[in-house]
Design a protein around this ligand. Structure first.
Ligand code: C5P
Length: 252
């Protein structure tokens, strides 16, 4: 089967389902962390900070050290521009990347089409394509100010359905929004959630958090965790503790 037509495989082990957010501006730190944790987590998330600081070499470094990358740049622009950026993310060999669903059905459709085409032509592995619904930092009143009336949860489901219609593989959403998305989009639609805190940890600036166990039990496919691991005295133990919390959900 051509790689572009392969179905996106659901993650199986809890290790695969843990994504570590590398929110740092220092490639030396990246090297140390990835060397330590490449065999322990499923993916490393490279976001706007690290990518603006170091660019594609940050992605290459992680891959050379045996890690997979979620490129979290949340593309939002005219359809052609986003599709071309998505093609470059594909050529970088990232396992996952994302766009903003509010960029439009056409923006997402063109992205899906171009990524599939380039994977066929260049025999590349197709990345998992995700859409961000509503940022968890936005409230009902923030949405009203930009002309979106109604409940945040309804807007999340509306954008998740639009992403699915465009052919995206899934969405990034708060763990609190998972039930509504699952009802609307079904079991195979991928949901990636940040805002996760281990049972004993600090909340930092995350407001509506969930534990790893609650998130997995609620139907989240991949969880994103940053500071509870990056700021831990012993990051390896922190990762193992989180995976063990995730495993509790399956034991029940
Ligand atoms: O350190 P912490 O676990 O809070 O990191 C969560 C990561 O997920 C950060 O990279 C943050 O930018 C990202 N994120 C989030 N909330 C969203 C979208 C992304 O916390 N709604």
């Amino acid at each position: 089967m051509p790689s572009s037509l392969q179905l996106v495989r659901s993650p199986t082990s809890m290790r695969e389902r843990l994504i570590l957010a590398l929110d740092v501006d220092d490639l030396e730190r990246v090297k140390v962390v990835v060397r330590l944790l490449a065999g322990e987590v499923g993916m490393f998330k490279v976001g706007k900070q690290l990518f603006t600081h170091a660019g594609p070499p940050a992605v290459k470094l992680i891959q050379e050290l045996g890690g997979e990358v979620f490129l979290d740049l949340k593309f939002h622009d005219i359809p052609t521009t986003v599709a071309k950026a998505a093609v470059e993310a594909t050529r970088l060999g990232v396992k996952m990347f994302n766009v903003h669903a509010s960029g439009s059905l056409e923006m997402m459709r063109q992205t899906v089409r171009e990524v599939r085409r380039v994977c066929r032509q260049e025999n590349l592995k197709r990345p998992i394509m995700l859409a961000v619904t509503v940022l968890t930092s936005l409230s009902k009143s923030d949405l009203e100010k930009v002309g979106v009336d109604g409940e945040v949860a309804d807007q999340v489901v509306r954008l998740a359905l639009l992403s699915q219609e465009a052919g995206m593989d899934g969405v990034v959403a708060s763990p609190h929004e998972v039930a509504g998305i699952r009802d609307a989009c079904g079991r195979r639609f991928i949901i990636v959630s940040p805002g996760i805190r281990p049972q004993k940890g600090k909340r930092n600036d995350q407001r509506r958090v969930m534990t790893p166990e609650e998130a997995v039990r609620g139907g989240v496919d991949y969880i994103v965790v940053g500071r509870p691991i990056m700021e831990a005295k012993d990051p390896l133990s922190a990762v193992r503790e989180i995976i063990s919390e995730m495993e509790h959900s399956a034991a029940l």
